[in-house]
Design a protein around this ligand. Sequence first.
Ligand SMILES: Cc1ncc(COP(=O)(O)O)c(C=O)c1O
Length: 398
Amino acid sequence: MPLQFATRLNNVETSAIRELFKLLGKPGIISFAGGFPDSAMFDVEGLKEASNKALTEEPGGALQYGATEGYNPLREQLAAFMQTKGVKDISPEGLIVTTGSQQALDLLGKTMISPGDKVIVEAPTFLATIQCFRLYGADLISAPIDADGVQTDKLEQLIAEHKPKFVYLIPTFGNPSGAMLSRERRKRVLELAVKYQTLVVEDDPYGDLYFGEPPPPSILAMTPEVPGSREWIAHCGSMSKVLSPGLRVGWLIAQPELLAKATMCKQFSDAHTSTFAQATAAQYLKAGRMPATLANVRKVYGERARVMGESLKRELGDAIAFTQPQGGLFFWARLTGAGGKIKDANEFAKRAIEKGVAFVPGVPFYAKDPDVSTLRLSFATADVGKIEEGVGRLGKAI
Ligand SMILES: Cc1ncc(COP(=O)(O)O)c(C=O)c1O
């Protein structure tokens, strides 16, 4: 008799990306497929110092069980960090620490979604969120995006029609879209949240990774511009993309009632985020290293993004269309089929692997109606030489 798994698993498949990763072991392959930051960019010295301090100054706090809401010195540091990013009214009690922002998303799913509930996501959106919300039985509705992020006129129609439990957006340098929601549209999202009394989840792991001009303030930071909007915004932050994903430090900001429910669910899930990781992150922030770390990652990823954009134009010409990302880790591109070139990104991915370069086809990033001509290329982990070489291989595969 085979094991009878929970019916909720019927809604979810294992990730198509994981299947692709199996092929990445091939020797000599250049990968634009991962969603990881570059390990070579981690501030190892800074983290060594921070973890040492955590163990020396407060070994009890760093190694003992802790509060589910999070380690207080870290909550204080994170509140201060969010204040530097324009969220003026945030206090340490206004956020909880989560085990990566992935857990914040899971807790939002757990606290908000009953089977059959509608949730609006962007098309395309973060694959793990699609899987996570489906696990709770969500019926996902896709809102279209363009280079300025989610199209707010369409979003309004969808909200009015479907009355979703919430709207999930990655407004700043989204994964996979790389798109940046314009300031005007951010304000509109806040107005829609209030007009339709709809929770909006702002997932923001990439907002600090800008290459030139800073992006508009987060949707959360703009709530003072739209009276009554603060209680309708939940915001997920993360240390993963700028400092270290292995720390598993993220945070959730939301109105007190939602935060209390999420904390209760977290208690049954992991009791609390690793106190050692939290104490290390707190010491790191306290030491004032973050501005230099941010400046460094912005510079290195910005250069890689520039080189990837130029190489794509040179090697693939009008066979590919994309908007140059202004931050984040990704190019989101569309095969145009110009000159009789390949238009199906799944087919292109197979040919590319044969030529020694990998990327992720766009299909799994759509909750519904995928566009098979789309693909995601990460410029984060390959250096500029490898980027040029890898894109050259793409040019041969197309
Ligand atoms: C859009 C988005 N949200 C959330 C996460 C989860 O990150 P973490 O749990 O490491 O904070 C990721 C990671 O790739 C992401 O791309």
